[in-house]
Design a protein around this ligand. Structure first.
Ligand SMILES: *Cc1c(COP(=O)(O)O)cnc(C)c1O
Length: 425
């Protein structure tokens, strides 16, 4: 869709023809009818495009994927049941047992678990790297069997802004694609493809849905990575797939090869598809993404400044603050705003953090971020409680760290609640 981002949020994806519903319909159907056996047969040979079973594709889901694809400026996208399955598919679409991935150390805890525990059990090796290290240092993580580099544009919960171009250059020098999780920045604040990223993943559960209603994920391909130029590394894309009568994805689908393969092979076999009902809800969220994200950022900026000057606060980490270590990177990669999530340490360490969270009124303790309602999480006692102190610090999570997701309520009410809870320490 050749419109600006604000218009794509509202009108992207669903393009009704004459007499069709104005609003994206929920195609609540697992299956699709065909006139002839031959027509159905062609679908199974990938000779014709069409729907046959909602585990692989569903029109509601594909329409929402198209909107996200347009927002990111990609060539093709697919929805998945969650952000986790988006990461899983993005990696396993090009990596199998015996392969290796370079991943930023400070990423979402679920991603670290997926890569270092579950995919490790599947025979995929991962090296975690300090994303702030110089290129010469990062270079050492690459191996002959490295097949992908993975990082988040803004890390959850540490708030590290990635030097995207540094990572893209390294990945490309080693002939592998750069995959970025763009959940926190959203395409409203950052479009990673403009900086050379090859594949983008999202947990649409966060800002895209924005109302804490629907789990979902998305993978978007820029179509720019030349799989054939590195054919020996990516046989799954460049050699015949016997389960489809020997088609070769890059030959048959060109720039769409990566997503097509993930749909017809991984989604077919693993089935982490999004429900059309969730896609419908995510689409309603997307219709206001361009309004909500700037408001989240504006509120977060004011909260960060308030906390910075508060005598019960030990430290604040938010790339929107001019003296933050990631401010310059944020100015470069996300000049219109960072995100609504920040982290800080109340005085009194882990105990102080717990006292603070227990005294909040409007701001709720929930395992979530990036929805309209302000919320907090204390990772050391919630999401990351299985990690020891050393692992916590490696993941960018200090024992006193509070992850605060600033919502779009009235600024004065958010600050008043924070202030009275801090007073309890
Ligand atoms: C939440 C999150 C995920 C996982 O997404 P789910 O939808 O919860 O499965 C992945 N990456 C980031 C950055 C996240 O915040």
């Amino acid at each position: 869709m050749d419109y600006k981002k604000n218009t794509i949020c509202v009108q992207g994806g669903w393009q009704p023809k004459n007499g069709e519903p104005r609003v994206l319909p929920i195609y609540q159907s697992t299956t699709y009818r065909y006139e002839t056996s031959e027509e159905m047969g062609k679908l199974f040979d990938l000779e014709a495009d069409g729907y046959f079973y909602s585990r692989l594709q569903n029109p509601t889901c594909d329409t929402v994927a198209q909107k996200i694809c347009d927002l990111e400026g990609g060539v093709m996208a697919m929805l998945t049941s969650s952000g986790q399955s988006a990461t899983m598919f993005a990696v396993t679409n090009i990596c199998c047992a015996g392969d290796h991935v370079v991943c930023a150390a400070k990423v979402y805890g679920g991603t670290t678990n997926l890569l270092t525990v579950t995919l490790h059990r599947f025979g995929i090796e991962v090296t975690l790297v300090d994303q702030d290290a110089p290129a010469e240092e990062l270079e050492k993580a690459f191996q002959p069997n490295t097949k992908a580099v993975f990082a988040e544009t803004i890390s959850n919960p540490a708030g590290v802004v990635l030097d995207i171009e540094k990572f893209v250059k390294l990945a490309h020098e080693h002939g592998v694609p750069m995959i970025c999780d763009n959940t926190f920045a959203t395409p409203i604040n950052c479009r990673p493809f403009e900086f050379g990223v090859d594949i983008i993943t999202h947990s649409t559960t966060k800002y895209m849905d924005g109302h804490a209603m629907a789990m979902g994920g998305c993978i978007v391909d820029s179509g720019n990575f030349d799989w054939d130029a590195h054919a020996e590394k990516y046989p799954g894309l460049t050699t015949p797939d016997e389960s489809y009568h020997g088609i070769v994805y890059t030959k048959k689908f060109g720039k769409e090869a990566y997503i097509r393969k993930a749909v017809v092979q991984l989604m077919r076999d693993m089935g982490a598809c999004q429900s059309p009902q969730n896609a419908f809800l995510t689409n309603i969220g997307l219709e206001t993404l361009h309004l909500r994200v700037p408001r989240h950022c504006e509120n977060a900026q004011k909260v960060a400044e308030f906390l910075k000057n508060h005598d019960k606060v030990a430290w604040v980490s938010y790339a929107g603050l001019p003296d933050d270590r990631y401010h310059a990177l944020a100015e470069k990669y996300m000049p219109t705003g960072v995100c609504g999530v920040l982290s800080f340490g109340p005085k009194g360490g882990k105990e102080g953090a717990m006292t603070f969270t227990n005294h909040l009124n409007m701001i709720a303790i929930v395992t979530h971020v990036a929805d309209a309602r302000s919320c907090v999480l204390h990772p050391a006692s919630h999401t990351h409680r299985q990690l020891n102190d050393e692992q916590l610090i490696e993941a960018g999570v200090l024992p006193d760290l509070i992850r605060l997701s600033v919502g779009i309520e009235d600024m004065d009410d958010i600050i008043a609640d924070l202030d009275q809870a801090l007073a309890a320490i």
